[in-house]
Write a new protein. Structure first.
Length: 137
């Protein structure tokens, strides 16, 4: 089994290949998890950003976590407890949507489903006025 440094390097390589910006690549999986934990906290306090673009950007961070773990599965067990807690916190503040927030075409093209990529099929239970407008609620 590769050591921790090799696993972290593999995640950075994946993020670089995905076209992520340098700070995201540099902070790797730890940075992505920390950002998702911050997102969960922001939802608990009342999501502060008020556009769908901002919200989708936060959700894309969760998708990057999942994709990184698919690429470097040896890390999944290590980060599973933190990720499960953050996911549980986030989900408690979200309401399901019938359709993917990125749209049906992208959901099909990427193979996203509400069962696996649940984050793309949910919205804040109490979005701010701009986000509510963007979401059509």
């Amino acid at each position: 089994m590769p050591d921790r440094a090799e696993l972290a390097a593999a995640v950075r390589e994946f993020l670089r290949a995905r076209g992520c910006e340098d700070p995201i690549v540099e902070h790797g999986l730890e940075g992505l998890i920390a950002a998702w934990e911050e997102f969960a906290g922001a939802l608990e306090r009342g999501y502060p950003l008020d556009t769908l673009d901002d919200y989708l950007n936060d959700l894309d961070g969760r998708e990057l976590i999942e994709e990184a773990l698919d690429q470097v599965p040896d890390l999944r067990d290590e980060i599973a407890p933190r990720l499960e807690i953050a996911d549980r916190r986030a989900r408690a503040c979200l309401a399901p949507r019938e359709r993917c927030l990125w749209g049906d075409r992208l959901a099909r093209a990427n193979g996203w489903s509400a069962a696996r990529q649940w984050w793309y099929f949910m919205q804040p239970a109490a979005p701010g006025p701009g986000l509510a407008r963007d979401l059509g609620v």
